[in-house]
Design a binder for this molecule. Structure first.
Ligand code: ADP
Length: 274
């Protein structure tokens, strides 16, 4: 491996108990992977290694990895899934996207649909948006009373503690893009016919609330970066760098989990294949 994933991780991690200082965090991250070619080579290696480690995770069948992707519209959540997990077999990775809650989902507590989508033992689960929408859009658009939202930070920390104590490692990535980069990406969706389908006029309404969203993100980073499930703020203006950073951390984390193939209680010589 040519990169030092621990150093990369330390640079993007929000230290539990410390202020995240989101506005001071870089959206470019040039010092983490300065060269595009090297970043793309690292991504390729990591994606392949993630697939091999997932195979071991499945064989071991006792633990799971949950990768949570959050970010403002156009921040690259879909592109991250494609870029980082594209070498994994479709049986080993489960992607769940969380949009506006259905009537059924609203009839339950907000963590119900999320808990149901957590990965089972042996799997990597990826959340495209997550329970953090319940302290983001819900807060910014006042979809629930302020005191109800206020209680959710502690509830989320307790929920994630519950997961980690039950064999689910939780990795949380906020894809951090600049307001100017979002303007360019939205404009591309208007200008490029093959991207027109991605354009949603509602995104322009959310863009008007940019500052309120940044404050809501900063609050959840400050309050929900915990020792058991810290937040990582990923510089995401460059798609290739974003993917390389996230793949490096996912790979490093899986390696530390070190899933093992089960030891069988027979020898190949015990059997004859006729
Ligand atoms: P995306 O924008 O991620 O590609 P969609 O177009 O389906 O996918 O958008 C999902 C929308 O659902 C977002 O606007 C998001 O804010 C909204 N959403 C997600 N979770 C909730 C929630 N708990 N309450 C209200 N809206 C939510």
């Amino acid at each position: 491996m040519t990169h030092d994933w621990k150093a990369i991780d330390a640079a993007v991690c929000v230290e539990p108990g410390k202020k995240s200082k989101l506005s001071a965090r870089d959206c470019d991250g040039a010092e983490l992977f300065p060269e595009r070619e090297a970043a793309e080579a690292a991504l390729k290696d990591c994606a392949k290694a993630i697939d091999e480690l997932q195979d071991r995770l499945w064989a071991e069948r006792s633990r799971a990895l949950l990768v949570i992707l959050q970010g403002i519209d156009t921040s690259g959540k879909d592109g991250t899934v494609r870029g980082v997990f594209n070498k994994c077999g479709p049986l080993g990775v489960n992607v769940a996207a969380f949009g506006k809650p259905s009537e059924e989902e609203l009839a339950h507590d907000y963590l119900w649909r999320v808990h149901m989508a957590t990965p089972k033992k042996g799997m990597i689960g990826v959340f495209n948006r997550s329970h953090y929408e319940d302290v983001l859009v819900v807060k910014v658009r006042a979809l629930a009373p302020a005191d109800v939202v206020e209680r959710r930070y502690d509830q989320i920390n307790a929920f994630e503690k519950h997961l980690t104590e039950n064999g689910v490692t939780v990795l949380k990535f906020m894809l951090h893009i600049s307001k100017d980069e979002q303007r360019q990406r939205l404009q591309e969706r208007l200008d490029q016919p093959e991207k027109n389908w991605k354009f949603n006029p509602g995104d322009l309404e959310d863009r008007k609330l940019w500052d309120q969203y940044q404050v809501a993100y900063e609050t959840l980073l400050d309050r929900c970066s915990t020792a058991h499930a810290p937040w990582r703020v990923i510089p995401a203006d460059k798609k290739w760098r974003r993917n390389a950073i996230i793949a490096a951390i996912v790979h490093g984390t899986l390696e530390e989990m070190n899933p093992r193939y089960p030891v069988v209680d027979w020898k190949a010589g015990d059997f004859v294949v006729e």
